[in-house]
Design a binder for this molecule. Structure first.
Ligand code: GTP
Ligand code: MG
Length: 213
């Protein structure tokens, strides 16, 4: 990310946060528009809700230290990919890939990398589709490509991840083995639920298609 020369005079930190905040607004709007278009064309709303957040200064510093980097603005911009984060919660697993494709197809969005924890769930049972993208933020001096972490998951996956996150933090990453096993078992149930809901939805769609005059 090239920080424009005009930023020399101003507080660098504030400028950077301003960029990430703008990137979140941009991507939020893009996703809302895509969702509205979907409703308009297919009469179907793939997105349940969207959450976005900027990483707090506290957790930026903690993460840089955890990775063994000096706490500098340059390292923060270069090494951290989740200062701006957006989470898109949808109904069905199939929606996830459709939304990911819609985002990828946007001509000003560049996908830096994808982590597909749906195809390859984490050993603890975590499932979600992650993309790190950049979008240009148009400042008076020109565009600045800004990174945003996009997480896409179903309501069921989100339910599991939120609870797992709380437990993980409560035990500072050292939850007793039986709790980890129970969480994994819950992830399997969540997975089954997603599959059942998907086939139920397919059956409903087929029925309503068959009933069309
Ligand atoms: P972080 O250092 O955690 O950001 O991981 P990373 O840079 O290797 O990226 P990854 O894509 O694996 O994870 C990014 C984010 O996904 C995390 O900050 C969490 O929000 C979420 N996440 C990843 N793994 C888990 C998990 O096991 N449980 C939960 N609840 N969330 C997870
Ligand atoms: Mg993170």
């Amino acid at each position: 990310m090239n920080i424009p020369k005009s930023f020399d005079q101003v507080d660098q930190w504030k400028s950077i946060i301003f960029l990430y905040d703008s990137a979140l607004r941009e991507i939020n709007t893009k996703i809302e528009i895509l969702n509205n278009e979907f409703v308009h064309i297919y009469n179907y709303n793939p997105i349940e809700h969207i959450k976005s957040r900027l990483k707090t200064p506290d957790s930026i510093v903690k993460k840089l230290k955890r990775y063994g980097y000096d706490v500098t603005i340059d390292n923060m911009v270069e090494k951290l990919n989740d200062i701006a984060g957006i989470r898109i919660i949808c109904s069905f697993t199939s929606d996830i890939y459709q939304i990911a494709e819609m985002i990828t197809k946007q001509s000003d969005v560049t996908v830096l990398y994808v982590k597909d924890y749906i195809e390859n769930p984490k050993p603890n049972g975590y499932k979600s589709y992650h993309m790190v993208v950049t979008i240009p933020i148009y400042l008076t001096d020109g565009p600045v490509d800004t990174k945003v972490e996009v997480q896409i998951r179903t309501v069921a996956m989100d339910f599991w991840a939120s609870l797992e996150h709380k437990i993980y933090y409560k035990f500072e990453g050292n939850a007793p083995a039986y709790l980890q096993q129970e969480l994994k078992a819950c992830a399997d149930v969540v997975n089954m639920l997603d599959k059942k809901m998907f086939s139920l939805n397919q059956a409903i769609l087929e029925l309503s298609e068959a009933q069309k005059p």
